[in-house]
Design a protein around this ligand. Structure first.
Ligand SMILES: Nc1ncnc2c1ncn2[C@@H]1O[C@H](COP(=O)(O)OP(=O)(O)OP(=O)(O)O)[C@@H](O)[C@H]1O
Length: 631
């Protein structure tokens, strides 16, 4: 199998596996700062609560340790036990207070974080959707754009994790700092002991994380294959061919082969991670023993009091707990930070694709269509040597039905998309009532145009809503929906569905239904008719329709003639005979224009295509068709 592209969710893992510890730590401040800023934008109050409670929690940890030492000093002093306990009581009260406050701060942090998470998620996700629905269609032609957007969506999920892990990291660091401050206050030498006792374990856990990421990324090609095999064997699209071509054994064998390698690698990883953590634990254990020995020596030598030594033992344990949290969060902040970087990068790159209206266009109403003029218009798709539309000039006046015809790939859809404002010409200009399209308010212009595209979308909604999406600005009245459906020969078909107009047209829902290609095409035609737009573009609206439905649909299109403007794209040339003007495209250029009669008389390309199609019917009639019945 050829190699699949890197998947969008692998970025963070890959970056972490390639980064050394120095790089990870060097990037942490920037990432944490980004997280704090994002969280601040989403919710200032909760961010402040989390920050204050985190710092407060750290301070309480330090107070707690100092109070512990005070308690121990009193308890280890000479004299009767009752007196010693009484003397230790104030320090005990401080210790209890500090512990309670610290727990309270932890609860406050958790509560504020719970409220913060959905707000952060909404802030970034909405930003992404605002961008992805606003960019020009050209963006989707760029090779990397779809991939980039998928990565960015993963980035939106990561933002919440980044914020959460950054807060936890700060809390862990605050805990560590508190312990460090407390032991320095008790005896500066204890700080050294603390470092010796905690660093080996921290190193081992970071190293084990690094190993896990490295193994993960080393196996990413295999995992992508598994992902593909999973789709091929479990999804509906491939199910019929899998059975008819007997691909089951072939795919299962591939799966077994990939899985065998994967299992061996997982086992090898488990061995290496266990070795690393064991080494870390052994070195950590030895270091802790050395520290305790050092404490004993200092104690015997009279360098530190017994209470300080005992506090140090408590401090070492507290520091080890905080460090375990911190090292875990370091990895999380770094990997999630990479995904967030994808999101931020996408938002910057996508901004280049936002529509670029002329100054003052906003709010300018183009008014009812009188004339649509296409002047020397060309469009070249990225990475394509030849233009899809090549210097086309034509004029359409209000009320006309015009047809774009030509062979596959001749540029009909592209030209119609430019007229419908979905694509911008790379050269030339299209004018609505004498002014270039970008000089009118885009939303107002689009409200006057309805487009039934060749690649229509099956919205995962009910049949009624699938038609109503054709005019979301107006009230979705059932009588209007049914009238539009009737014009598109969809009404009877919809009524026969299990829940009529309320039938869900998506099989992923309970009671959801799917339709045949022709039935879907009727629904999308109804969508186009709903608004009764001044300009209706219909791109191959009947390719899957049966002859009766096709005839009725074209009758409905003819009913618009003289009242509203229609651009029709179809290969069934019998249906364009009634068009006021037919524009023939070839290799992107406009090569003929005129009425059906004029073009047939001219004997050019249109006449040739028409004759070819007509010959098919004549042949059938002459050779195979039964003779008409004699009455
Ligand atoms: N998104 C795209 N990116 C790159 N090239 C494209 C894209 N869409 C269309 N093309 C190319 O532009 C040319 C014109 O395509 P277009 O879809 O406009 O033709 P058409 O006349 O509508 O064809 P058909 O009759 O098959 O629907 C073709 O060569 C096609 O391969």
């Amino acid at each position: 199998m050829p190699e699949l592209r890197t998947m969008y969710w692998e970025t963070g893992m890959q970056a972490r596996s390639e980064a050394g510890l120095f790089t990870v730590f060097a990037e942490l401040p920037r990432l944490v700062w980004t997280a704090v800023r994002t969280s601040w934008r989403a919710d200032r109050l909760r961010t402040s609560v989390v920050a204050a409670a985190t710092l407060g929690g750290g301070a309480m940890a330090a107070f707690g340790l100092l109070a512990t030492q005070r308690v121990l000093v009193e308890l280890f002093a000479g004299g009767p036990t009752t007196e010693k306990v009484l003397a230790a009581t104030p320090a005990l009260a401080v210790l209890a207070g500090a512990t309670a406050l610290r727990a309270g701060m932890g609860i406050a942090t958790g509560y504020a974080q719970n409220g913060l998470t959905p707000r952060v998620s909404r802030e970034v996700e909405r930003g992404l959707f605002e961008m992805s629905t606003a960019v020009r269609l050209e963006a989707f032609d760029a090779d990397a754009f779809a991939d980039d957007m998928e990565r960015a969506s993963r980035g939106t999920e990561s933002t919440v994790d980044l914020v959460e892990s950054s807060m936890n990291l700060l809390a862990g660091l605050a805990g560590l700092l508190a312990v460090a401050v407390a032991v320095v206050v008790i005896h500066p030498l204890l700080l050294l002991a603390l470092l010796v006792a905690t660093l080996p374990k921290a190193w081992a856990s970071l190293r084990a994380g690094h190993l896990r990421y490295r193994t993960y990324t080393a196996g990413s090609v295999r995992r992508r294959r598994l992902w593909l095999l999973h789709r091929l064997m479990a999804e509906r699209d491939s199910a019929p061919e899998l059975r008819s071509y007997g691909l089951r054994r072939f795919l299962l064998d591939q799966y077994d082969r990939v899985m065998e390698v994967e299992t061996d690698i997982e086992l090898a990883l488990a061995r290496r991670v266990t070795t690393t953590t064991t080494v870390g634990a052994v070195i950590g254990g030895i270091a802790t023993a050395v520290v305790y020995l050092l404490l004993g020596l200092l104690l015997v030598d009279g360098q530190i009091p017994l209470a300080a030594a005992a506090t140090c033992v408590v401090a070492v344990q507290a520091a080890q707990r905080s460090l375990a949290v911190t090292t875990f969060q370091v990895d999380r902040v770094y990997t999630e930070g990479q995904h967030f970087g994808d999101y931020a990068g996408f938002m910057t790159r996508a901004a280049d694709y936002l529509p670029d209206p002329a100054p003052g266009a906003a709010g300018t109403d183009p008014g009812p269509l009188r004339e649509l003029a296409v002047r020397e218009v060309s469009l070249r798709y990225p990475d394509r040597g030849v233009p899809a539309v090549d210097r086309v000039t034509l004029t359409i006046t209000a009320g006309q039905t015009v047809a774009f015809v030509g062979e596959n790939g001749s540029g009909k859809t592209t030209l119609a998309a430019m007229i419908a404002t979905l694509r911008a010409p790379t050269e030339g200009v299209i004018c609505w009532n004498g002014r270039p399209l970008p000089e009118w308010d885009l939303d107002r212009l689009r409200a006057r145009i309805a487009v039934v595209t060749q690649e229509y979308h099956k919205w995962p909604f009910t049949a009624a809503t699938n038609i109503a999406v054709g005019d979301v600005e107006s009230e979705a009245r059932q009588d209007r929906i049914e009238a539009a459906a009737a014009r598109a020969v969809a009404h009877d078909m919809i009524q026969e569905l299990p829940d009529g107009y309320e039938t869900l047209l998506d099989r992923t829902f309970a009671r959801g239904q799917d339709l045949s290609g022709g039935q879907w095409q009727r629904i999308t035609a109804a969508r186009g008719f709903l608004r009764d737009a001044e300009l209706l573009v219909m791109d191959e609206p009947s390719s899957a329709l049966d002859p009766r439905a096709e005839d009725a649909l074209f009758q409905a299109i003819r009913d618009r003639q003289g009242r509203a403007t229609t651009i029709l794209i179809t290969h069934r040339l019998a249906n364009v005979r009634h068009a006021d003007r037919i524009f023939v495209l070839h290799d992107g250029a406009l090569v003929e224009a005129g009425s059906h009669a004029e073009l047939v008389a001219a004997g050019g390309r249109y006449a040739e295509l028409f004759a070819l199609q007509a010959a098919g019917y004549h042949g059938a009639h002459d050779e195979d068709a039964p003779a008409p019945r004699q009455r």
